[in-house]
Write a protein that binds this ligand. Structure first.
Ligand SMILES: C[S@@+](CC[C@H](N)C(=O)[O-])C[C@H]1O[C@@H](n2cnc3c(N)ncnc32)[C@H](O)[C@@H]1O
Length: 476
């Protein structure tokens, strides 16, 4: 542990002890983890499924534990309420948070998210001249940039909700650690950046926790001290497991209290030795999602992609859009509306695993339709002539026809080749020496350039692997 975190860790444990945590059973601690900030490490040997610690419900930071301290809390969803609370009590400089409720926990949260792509986007929007962040954003694959813009829109919507809430309930600011005026919320760039810090803490560190009667309630999540030091592993067998709460078992949360305590268990199948890192699996996410939502990617090698052991995924929206834009207006419009009506428009992907490397079923379905209509001289098809394609969708037959199989597989090859060639060109141009030089102005810059380079390489390797699958006659 770095020295500054040492004292914050001690303060956090003392505070958790006041909340009733049994510190004697704790067998983990945070340590610096190059390339990932901090991580959670075993402080003694942990056999499979050993209980690692329990955080009392009152020390969990969530909608239930905060709502009693805010006027009309139902006006805010959990993301907005937790983010607002963090914003009101953000530590200043190297000081500790003076929040009387969660101060020692807020003090140990990351102090900045400068390396996160959403922070690049915010800074580049606020900056008057080109910054390193501009160059990094310019080097991202287009679909990754689009996913980032969608995340930005989500963030801005939450910020607007919070600004509106604060305007209607200025009393919500009276207990803030910082002197804040509700009028400044819509105009201050600094407040927007503070909210971004708070919102990214929520977005990158919260975990599902059943707080509400309905399991699908979107506010069923919490910030959980100590657990949130855990880094991600894509390997589920190495992941720690939350112990099912009584709400999970009985189907509804306890009525009398804020919620259940949160207990974390060691991985089910392996023994973790003292000094080894403990992980959580955040989800079966693609690298695009990991980068956009969490600010890192799963590292891979060409061998792992070729062997189908790395969960490589490539979005082929642009190449498909070009294909669906080349058959004449009537045909293109008909194709799009037919696929939309059937729910198969967009979200088309290639996958490296499980082997053989393959196109998604959505992509195959769209290509089958494109090839079917291309085999006719008409721009559209009748209900009757479309039946062979629908029969595949309904599971009544496996293929439209032998001819259609051959035709969509050829179209798939062309799409993969386009993606591979385009990625090779982009890799050489956007990840060139200018970006490398620019990135050196940030301590995390070269690491991020390597992540972006890997995103382009993922396109090259995965499309190459699908080409090999098609050429060797793999059935999908
Ligand atoms: C829940 S926190 C984990 C603790 C965090 N590393 C810290 O320093 O506090 C999630 C963040 O950790 C980082 N992270 C998690 N898993 C990672 C991994 N496998 N590689 C690199 N960074 C990772 C990312 O910045 C992510 O947004």
């Amino acid at each position: 542990m770095a020295s500054v975190t040492d004292s914050r860790w001690g303060a956090l444990l003392a505070w958790l002890g006041q909340h009733g945590m049994d510190l004697g059973e704790l067998c983990v601690e945070p340590r610096e983890r190059p390339g990932a900030g901090y991580g959670l490490f075993a402080s003694k040997d942990c056999p499979p499924s050993r209980k690692l610690f329990t955080i009392p419900d009152s020390a969990l930071l969530n909608w239930k534990t905060l709502s009693a301290h805010y006027p009309s809390p139902k006006d805010l969803n959990a993301t907005c309420l937790i983010s607002l609370h963090l914003l009101l009590h953000r530590p200043q400089g190297a000081k500790e948070s003076s929040d009387p409720l969660f101060g020692p926990y807020i003090s140990i949260l990351p102090r900045d998210f400068d390396s996160h792509p959403l922070a690049w986007l915010a800074r580049s929007k606020l900056a008057s001249e080109e910054t390193t962040e501009h160059y990094l954003l310019g080097a991202l694959p287009r679909d990754v940039g689009e996913a980032l813009n969608a995340l930005w829109n989500r963030f801005v919507m939450d910020w607007k909700k919070v600004c509106q809430y604060v305007r209607h309930h200025p009393a919500s600011l009276t207990r803030a650690s910082l002197p804040l005026e509700s009028e400044n919320f819509t105009t201050s760039d600094q407040l927007l950046l503070d909210f971004l810090w708070a919102w990214l803490n929520v977005n990158t560190r919260c975990i599902f926790h059943r707080l509400h009667a309905s399991i699908s309630n979107p506010d069923n999540f919490t910030l959980c001290p100590i657990l949130d030091f855990a880094n991600h592993t894509p390997d589920l067998s190495m992941s720690m497991q939350p112990m099912p709460t009584s709400a999970d078992i009985w189907g509804s949360p306890p009525r009398s209290r804020g919620g259940d305590d949160f207990t974390l268990m060691a991985p089910r199948e392996i023994t973790t030795r003292a000094g080894e890192e403990l992980y959580l699996t955040y989800g079966a996410h693609s690298n695009t999602t990991l980068l956009i939502e969490y600010g890192f990617i799963n590292i891979f090698t060409p061998d792992l992609v070729a062997a189908g052991t790395f969960r490589g995924e490539v979005n082929v929206q642009d190449a498909m859009a070009a294909l669906f834009d080349s058959g004449g207006r009537d045909r293109d419009t008909w194709l799009k509306s037919t696929l939309e009506d059937e729910g198969y428009w967009g979200d088309w992907t290639l996958h490296a695993s499980p082997p053989p490397a393959h196109p998604s079923f959505r992509l195959i379905t769209a290509l089958r339709l494109h090839s079917l209509v291309a085999s006719t001289s008409e721009p559209t098809m009748t209900w009757e002539t479309l039946q062979p394609w629908r029969a595949v969708l309904l599971g009544e037959t496996e293929i439209v026809s032998e001819e259609n199989e051959g035709s969509w597989r050829k179209a798939l090859l062309r799409i993969c080749e386009t993606i591979r060639t385009d990625a090779e060109k982009q890799l050489a141009s956007v990840c060139g020496s200018r970006l490398v030089e620019e990135s050196k102005s940030k301590d995390w810059g070269p690491w991020m350039v390597e992540n972006i380079r890997l995103l382009w390489l993922e396109r090259i390797y995965v499309s190459g692997a699908v080409i090999r699958s098609v050429e060797t006659g793999a059935q999908f």
